[in-house]
Design a binder for this molecule. Sequence first.
Ligand code: ATP
Ligand code: MG
Length: 599
Amino acid sequence: MVLRLSTLFLRTLREDPADADVASHRLLVRAGYIRRAAPGIYSWLPLGLRVLGKVETIIREEMAAIGAQEVHFPALLPREPYEASNRWTEYGDNLFRLQDRKGADYLLAPTHEEMFTLLVKDLYSSYKDLPVSLFQIQNKYRDEARPRAGLLRGREFIMKDSYSFDIDDEGLEASYQAHRGAYLRIFERLGLDVVVVSAVSGAMGGSKSEEFLHPTPVGEDTFVRSAGGYAANVEAVTSVPPAPVDFSNAPAAQVVDTPDTPTIETLVADVNARFPKDSGEWTAADTLKNVVLAVTLPTGERQIVVVGVPGDRAVDLKRIEANIGSHLEISGELGVEAATEDDLKKHTGLVKGYIGPGLSLDDAVLGSEAATGLLYLVDPRVVSGTSWITGANAPGKHVIGLVAGRDFTWDGVIEAVEVREGDEAPDGSGPLEAARGIEMGHIFQLGRKYAEALGLKVLDKNGKLATVTMGSYGVGVTRAVAALAESNRDDKGIIWPRSVAPADVHVVATGRGEEIFEAAAALSEELEAAGLEVIYDDRPKVSPGVKFGDAELIGVPTILVVGRGLADGVVEIKDRATGEAENVPVAEAVEYVLRAARA
Ligand code: ATP
Ligand code: MG
């Protein structure tokens, strides 16, 4: 059916909505794709549903192509499965919780790992049933702290989530790679540029995880990339450690009085003045800064940890948060912040401003938890044989020439400092540069975490019960619509990629003559009969200026204008993206549009 604008349920807006801070949000509302119902919650209008449907179709086709089967779960779920996985609590304030009339707890699902796990547990019992991949396209609910940017970060949004179930690790790897390939094809077909970055899986638990980021200045994720093709989330970047240094001839460490050196700069100035280096100058990079952090465990308990980092680098709490779980042997959400005065007071060995690894130089195993009672982690740049100026754990005293591996040890190595532009990529592919992106998709190797929590076991080849290993894979469907609008637009409106445009061609009838409207209607029918999707602006009393403005705002890739030229037997066909227009004989118009649509 040709969509006629005289009857289509659509009102375009001249004014930007007051609450819209990014272009895609403004344009999707103004062009009549969506309407706000509440913060982060949107209603879909006819044109919006057409775009959404196309995005979903591409996703469905690519999921089917890797053998994944579609199911559909409720969004409203009971508490119990989420209790079993501990996410009823772990999800914190982001979870919408509610009760039925009997007082039983329910939630609006933020994601569905538990339900898929239980469904497979319900129906499958043998390794012969595996592998299987299931998916759904369903609403998700998250009470995001900052719903923003319209559909980019909603509180109700649509996700395609799939889950793979395998008997062994090789199977999981294969399912993961199949999804990875499908995701690349989905984004390619959508016309959405993505970079795949390795990520840290955080609260999800499990091991391997990659994100598909769409580079855009409105993105909330910072990632780094190198000219040679390396890309990673800042949390997941690994530093390139220097080679270990032979310390057999290194001079003994020397404790020196350094009064009035509360900062790294004053310390560096003081040691340069009074204890000059053999060659060159001491710099902040020669100092080892020991930062005291408080980690909030999922139990609510506070654990104090000391992290040693080169003094020229700032600590990055998010990187520490993402990486510290393994050192504490804890999975789940951890909070990391600088320790407070109160925390410091509880540990008398910590002398503020003069904290060094180990409690005194006499300790046999300096730096380790055994010696200090506190977990001591270091940045990867602290390798055996490197020599440092650092606190001597006594007021007003520092130590020069404290050698790692000789004078102090540590409990573990952690990525703890800011990644800088210019740092080397870990794979040797050149210096890193920073960019912003928005997460379009995320694939995880969950492993056995959910299967264990929910008891998903099947009989293996030897007739023994084995826990199934799982992957979880998500694409933001509504977010994809917004990202496409964000990255495909100009000052007049949206410029949809053909694969998701609400129609192939937007026919505009301009002028008053009956014959113009008749010709435009006939052409619209012909275009439709040729297999194209057509919007026809047949509004009788609307000015050409308004019609052109609406066509450009709505953003269909081809605009066909039937107007004055009709007297000479031509219509104007315009490419929305390039702005190029051509007069085409009426008789050739359908063929011309078909060619453009197939290009
Ligand atoms: P983000 O880091 O952006 O909050 P997330 O890591 O919480 O996302 P996942 O749990 O990995 O998201 O969900 C899978 C996909 O769902 C994401 O890659 C993203 O495309 C989409 N998504 C997540 N949260 C939202 C949201 N609030 N609004 C729209 N889409 C979302
Ligand atoms: Mg994610």
